[in-house]
Design a protein around this ligand. Structure first.
Ligand code: SF4
Ligand code: MG
Length: 315
């Protein structure tokens, strides 16, 4: 709710207003139990920062993160430990996130040592069970990450994330480093695990086809804000925001019959250190009017759970 992460910059000569980088600037969304909420946008739009802010891995976070009825920005460190059992992160690069000197068994066991009362034998059983659950087997426990392929390493990352029976998994570019064929295997595994364990996902990716494959609802981010949000169906059938339209028109993965003429965007996404006034997208927008240069559009409900932040839909 109104989530903001503003980093200070060291540019003394700037005005107070300009001396912060608004990495995310008023993000609002709800993730319902057992669903997958996809967060999509170009790199630097604030998707990962949003994921980290939810997990309180960065500070300061302004706004509310309400998890099971409690604002986790306000709870004690003690209570936060419990919340961390319920929320887990899966990273982009499984190789970089797994300690190369630890066996895969130890890597999966680690959260159990820190955060459970299981005996060493029970932990060993649990590790074997988790390896099975992600499509590996007990025999893999004595191996090291470098002996695994990228897809297998991501399975290890998933097993580790599942160790404490979490409710919410935040997957940040979780399949982006993998080959396309391996990507779909891992996505299918994530869906299977969701059904089996009643998991809820926040799925962060720049890749539209991946987000489409796995999400129930999707938020599109641009320069630290969600500019459009809806069910997968409504968003892909009828993207409303000019940025979403351009993004989707450029994606070769969207079926040809659904694809409008390709919209080529002018220039790159501006720096969040110096976002354009008004609608932050206006310098690149093919539909911009003078109002867009001064007035920031709010995210508005346009019906059927579809929301858009654009002056074109104000009437
Ligand atoms: Fe384009 Fe204006 Fe809509 Fe922004 S508010 S997306 S500039 S038409
Ligand atoms: Mg990122």
């Amino acid at each position: 709710k109104d989530l903001k992460v503003h980093f200070p910059t060291d540019k003394e000569f700037l005005s107070k207003e300009e001396s912060v980088v608004k990495a995310i600037d008023g993000v609002n969304f709800t993730i319902y139990e057992n669903e997958t909420f996809g967060l999509v946008g170009e790199s630097g739009c604030g998707k990962s920062t949003t994921g980290k802010a939810i997990l309180r891995l960065i500070e300061p976070v302004i706004g509310e993160v309400i998890f099971k009825g409690k604002d986790i920005n306000k709870i004690s460190r003690q209570e936060m430990r419990k919340v961390y059992k319920d929320m887990q992160l899966i990273f982009q690069d499984p190789y970089a996130s797994l300690n190369p000197r630890m066996t895969v068994g130890k890597l999966i066991e680690e959260p159990l040592i820190v955060n459970s009362n299981l005996t060493p034998n029970e932990r060993k059983e649990r590790v074997a069970e988790l390896l099975e659950v992600v499509g590996l087997n007990a025999y893999h426990a004595s191996r090291y990450p470098h002996e695994f392929s990228g897809g297998q390493r991501q399975r290890v990352g998933i097993a580790r994330a599942l160790a404490l029976n979490p409710k919410l998994i935040i997957a940040d570019e979780a399949v982006s480093a993998l080959d396309v064929s391996i990507q779909s295997q891992v996505l299918n595994l994530l869906r299977k695990l969701q059904r089996e364990f009643g998991l809820t996902y926040l799925f962060i990716s720049h890749d539209l086809s991946v987000v489409k494959h796995i999400s129930d609802r999707i938020g599109v981010m641009y320069l630290g804000r969600i500019i459009e949000q809806g069910t997968k169906h409504s968003l892909y059938e009828k993207p409303l925001h000019p940025y979403t339209q351009a993004l989707f028109s450029a994606s070769p993965s969207i079926k040809a019959e659904n694809r409008k003429e390709r919209i080529v965007l002018k220039g790159d996404m501006p720096s969040p250190a110096n976002p354009p006034k008004g609608c932050a997208f206006h310098p690149r927008c093919f539909a911009a009017t003078s109002k867009c240069k001064t007035v920031q559009p709010e995210l508005r409900d346009v019906g059927d759970g579809h929301y858009v932040a654009c002056h074109l839909y104000n009437e």
